[in-house]
Design a protein around this ligand. Structure first.
Ligand code: HEM
Length: 374
């Protein structure tokens, strides 16, 4: 879509798709301003094109609330989901990555999405939530099913909805149990914050929905982009302290969450065009990541050595990704471990399969030949 997005930025920065009935903003500056402006660009009607509702939705998920409801939820959750809790997961993340790498048979082609990238976040989240060892595999499979894609119905399908119902039920039962016998995990800590049980379940579901597929896709893109830029991959092997910069560049260049939807509460005029009140507006954060106005004429080049500049791939303003530090931690450790074990690889693009919905851009299957160092 990058050519289309560039044409939109240059010629129609306020774009109307009449057939599908939405507007789109594509320039960095406009996207960032709209993300910040929660008064005129509301999140309460949904934040995914396919699920927008003309009336505000009643949800305990902070991502679907505007201030002040959002402020309350985010403050309460932040008491339990702290930076310290995230940082403490580093060893767990490393163990997960090593176990997965140990299990890989590198003598033939490997699907790096299914065998590595997509496995890490669901395993980490179930550890973060304190899912007991005996339940983890079942929960991981349920999380997978929440992201089931159906040819006909996209991501809103029976398999995904049933899995979400089951996962919600599991979390609810777990919370009842933890209310009596708390542990030192995130779910137990959440029971002490003043959230209702429904809000706590909604939040845990949001963590799963927001923090699983995104991280997996990011790692898939990293594997592909580094293979396309072997010199930069070699730089990372030589100096792993550059990995966090590579992660930011992948986020800018191929953000796994490319579009955030909003609903206008009043008329908004931009670049001489008026978007009427009660319109669906797509904020194209991935287009913003390629905007020459923000990143210069080589915005379309992947370069981890570029001067770092702010990106909106984790959103911006009050809804800025709550899990950004966890996402950064997981991505850094996953790349550290992968590069230490397999410093080079080659992606078989023809055998790989793209996943396409309005919410994610990425690969569902990434066939790779991994080279073991001699
Ligand atoms: C919000 C991206 C990983 C939890 C967001 C938003 C974006 C985003 C763009 C803003 C949505 C909006 O404005 O409507 C990403 C990307 C990730 C990632 C690209 C990985 C590379 C995670 C992880 C977690 C997480 C690992 C938690 C485990 C959340 C939550 C919100 C959020 C709870 C809602 C915050 C709010 O509404 O205040 N994320 N995310 N995300 N993310 Fe992430």
């Amino acid at each position: 879509p990058y050519e289309v997005w560039r044409a939109m930025r240059d010629r129609q920065p306020v774009y109307l798709d009449q057939r599908r009935g939405f507007w789109a903003l594509s320039r960095y500056e406009d996207v960032a301003a709209a993300l910040k402006d929660t008064t005129r660009f509301s999140s309460a009607h949904g934040n995914v094109l396919e699920l927008m509702s003309p009336e505000p939705v009643d949800s305990g998920m902070m991502i679907l609330n505007d201030p002040p409801g959002h402020t309350r939820l985010r403050q309460l959750v932040s008491r339990a989901f702290t930076l310290r809790r995230t940082a403490a997961l580093e060893e767990d993340v490393r163990v997960v990555c090593r176990e997965l790498l140990d299990a890989i048979d590198a003598s033939s082609e490997v699907d790096l999405m299914q065998e590595y990238a997509a496995q890490i976040p669901s395993r980490v989240i179930s550890r973060l939530l304190g899912v007991p060892g005996e339940d983890r595999e079942r929960i991981r499979l349920l999380i997978d099913e929440c992201f089931h894609l159906d040819e006909e119905h996209g991501f809103v399908n029976d398999v995904a909805l049933t899995a979400m119902g089951e996962l919600g039920g599991y979390l609810d039962r777990r919370l009842r149990h933890l209310a009596e016998e708390p542990g030192d995990d995130l779910l137990s800590a959440l029971t002490q914050t003043g959230l209702t049980r429904r809000e706590t379940v909604d939040f845990a579901m949001l963590l799963v929905m927001a923090g699983t597929e995104t991280v997996g896709r990011l790692l898939g893109w990293a594997a592909l982009l580094l293979d396309e830029h072997p010199d930069q991959r070699a730089d990372l092997v030589a100096d792993p302290s550059l990995i966090p910069r590579a992660v930011e560049e992948v986020l800018r260049f191929e953000g796994p969450s490319p579009v955030q939807a909003r609903f206008t509460t009043e008329d908004v005029t931009l670049h001489g065009v008026t978007i009427p009140a009660r319109s669906v507006v797509l904020l194209l954060t991935s287009s913003a990541g390629r905007d020459e106005r923000q990143y210069g004429p080589d915005a379309g080049v992947f370069d981890l050595h570029r001067e770092p500049r702010h990106h909106v791939s984790f959103g911006y303003g009050v809804h800025f990704c709550l899990g950004a530090s966890l996402a950064r931690l997981e991505s850094r450790v996953a790349l550290e471990e992968l590069l230490a074990r397999f410093p080079t690889w080659s992606v078989d693009r023809d055998g790989s399969v793209r996943a396409h919905t309005s919410t994610v851009r990425g690969w569902s299957r990434l066939l790779v030949r991994l080279d073991t160092p001699t």
